[in-house]
Design a protein around this ligand. Structure first.
Ligand code: ZNH
Length: 142
């Protein structure tokens, strides 16, 4: 679970990256479909499935928007993402294994953007936070 210090680190990093959130989301999603091509099946209705696809980038921006909401509501992520949790469980039916893959490409992207500021401590805080987001998005599956 996230310690008070982890939460502070996530919030602090978020203020730094928020202006570039759309770009970061686009890169993370582009990496997801390039590095783990099995994830493309969820986006087969998109016209362009290259890593530089404008639809994939726009989708990545949306995903990071939700991450931003989760950061704002970090003390109650379940409540912050409850609508999205229902959407993924009942409508999209994304295999929860994919949340781990996206967390991975997001961490890599954060590292690229933050450079030396992406210390092992910050890395750990984001790893825990993204695991929590994944748990929340999977909690309504049955
Ligand atoms: Zn998801 C959608 C978020 C993961 C797949 N998403 C979505 C949205 C959002 C999100 C915000 C939008 C909604 C509306 O519109 O309303 N996701 C998210 C997050 C995460 C995720 C936060 C984590 C972290 N997803 C995911 C994964 C996958 C997915 C992993 C796969 C692989 N999603 C998806 C889909 C969709 C979504 C498919 C739909 C799209 C369209 O547009 O169609």
């Amino acid at each position: 679970t996230l310690s008070a210090h982890d939460k502070e680190l996530v919030a602090k990093t978020w203020t730094k990256i928020a202006p570039k959130a759309a770009q970061i989301g686009g890169e993370a999603l582009g990496r997801l479909i390039a590095v783990f091509p099995q994830t493309k099946t969820y986006f087969s209705h998109f016209a362009d499935l290259s890593a530089s696809s404008p639809q994939i980038k726009a989708h990545g921006a949306k995903v990071l928007g939700a991450i931003g909401q989760a950061v704002s509501g970090i003390d109650n992520v379940s409540a912050s993402l409850s609508k999205l949790s229902e959407l993924h469980a009942y409508n999209l039916r994304v295999d929860p294994a994919n949340f781990k893959l996206l967390a991975h490409t997001l961490l890599v992207t954060l590292s690229a953007y933050l450079g030396a500021e992406f210390t092992p401590e910050v890395h750990l805080a984001w790893d825990k936070f993204l695991a929590l987001v994944a748990t929340v998005l999977s909690e309504k599956y049955r």
